[in-house]
Design a protein around this ligand. Structure first.
Ligand SMILES: [Zn+2]
Length: 392
């Protein structure tokens, strides 16, 4: 294991994780925390959209390379049609879409002097590595020495793991594993009555434009409706198709031209944390000067001030107390116009045991799935039995 650079952060909650550097990589990789948070959230939503590991997602990383470092400033999702299954395996149509995404898809970003610096995708069924297919994609679409690949690995109960891949000085790619994995924790915001610091505040000043560029498609895929965690498991039990249909409907809803602009404010529970999310690419967000999130949780009333950068991160976490939480997002727009949206989270106050049981069941199911997958993998690819991976 190579020695870690002191600039590498561990990605603990509330701690910006911004630079990735290993001795083998000819350049440090930097990122805007909001971009990786958006990727994390999208990977998580897709992970829970289907049983047995969910769907994998991916897209293009945009940014700059200056001063001998690669900086990731934006992520644009590739809408994989999953014609070949839930993994991020590209069909002919997906390949065409990726080519288009790299060309016309980033015209607005190129205007900022940004360029594709690599790509990202999630692995829900394999470890953090680049498969032969992944290396093919990398070599075909991201052939330059500074192009990087990010693989994220969602987990139902633990923080998401992630790792970068790159070309070494001799052009080779260490694809079997990332030289260094790191954790992507959900963004946790202070929920006291004070301003939330912008997600990118800790980045050194450089060519980041003050106004984030408009995105054509949001990274964050809205989760299925009524997405309290245990509702999700019930939905999963009812059938995998429903999840996909739910996502499709939300996409259509998000981009229907004849609807008034909405930021699709939503709230759902993830490991006891209320996730308040909105479409950060929506027009009301892009034209907002600032915003306020008011959270009414029983007798507790919390106000979170949202600056531009925080609005563009699209997410706030809140440690809820009660079963019902009402949320109001107020946006102050250019010219003084006010845009308001409401959402409510309705937990099941009377059924904590049931929820606990469902949660435990979910953990057991995951463990079993993992054990079976390991067993299959061991049986398929490993001539020697691997005691460590055997199911308990
Ligand atoms: Zn892959």
């Amino acid at each position: 294991m190579p020695k870690m650079s002191p600039s590498v952060e561990t990605g603990q909650p509330g701690e910006a994780c911004q630079t990735w550097q290993v001795p083998e990589c000819p350049f440090p990789i930097e990122w805007s925390p909001a971009v990786l948070e958006a990727i994390r959230a999208a990977a998580m939503d897709a992970f829970f959209s289907l049983p047995h590991g969910g769907a994998e997602i991916g897209g293009v990383l945009w940014g700059t390379r200056a001063g001998g470092r690669v900086r990731i400033l934006e992520a644009r999702p590739l809408e994989c049609e999953h014609a070949l299954g839930p993994t991020f395996t590209l069909s002919a149509k997906d390949h065409a879409r990726l080519a288009a995404l790299l060309e016309e898809g980033g015209r607005d970003l190129r205007a900022y002097g940004w360029e594709p610096v690599g790509w990202y995708h999630s692995h829900t069924r394999s470890e953090i590595l680049l498969s032969a297919q992944d290396v093919e994609i990398h070599n075909r679409y991201f052939p330059d020495p500074w192009h990087v690949a990010l693989v994220v690995r969602p987990h139902a109960m633990r923080p998401m793991r992630a790792g970068f891949f790159f070309r070494e000085a001799n052009g080779s790619i260490h694809a079997d594993s990332s030289y260094r994995e790191f954790l992507l924790q959900p963004a946790r915001e202070p929920v006291m009555e004070r301003a939330v610091s912008p997600a990118t505040a800790s980045l050194p000043p450089e060519p980041v434009p003050e106004r984030a560029p408009p995105a054509s498609v949001p990274v964050a895929t809205p989760p299925p409706k009524g997405s309290h965690r245990w509702h999700l498991w019930v939905a999963i039990a009812l059938g995998m198709a429903a999840g996909l249909v739910g996502l499709k409907i939300d996409w259509t809803r998000a981009f229907a031209a004849d609807r008034p602009p909405s930021v699709l404010l939503m709230a759902y529970d993830l490991d006891g944390q209320l996730q308040i999310r909105w479409d950060w690419t929506a027009e009301p967000i892009r034209s907002a000067e600032a915003g306020t999130l008011e959270i009414a949780d029983g007798a507790t009333h919390t106000v979170v001030a949202l600056e531009k950068q925080r609005l563009r991160s699209g997410t706030v976490s809140y440690a809820r107390i009660g079963a019902r939480v009402d949320v109001r997002l107020t946006l102050r727009q250019n010219g003084g116009k006010i845009h308001e949206e409401f959402t409510s989270f309705l937990g099941q106050a009377g059924a904590p045991e049931l929820r606990r049981e469902l949660r435990n069941q979910a953990v057991r199911t995951r463990e079993l799935e993992r054990a079976v997958a390991d067993l299959r993998r061991a049986g398929r690819s490993d001539p020697q039995p691997r005691g460590r991976d055997s199911p308990r």
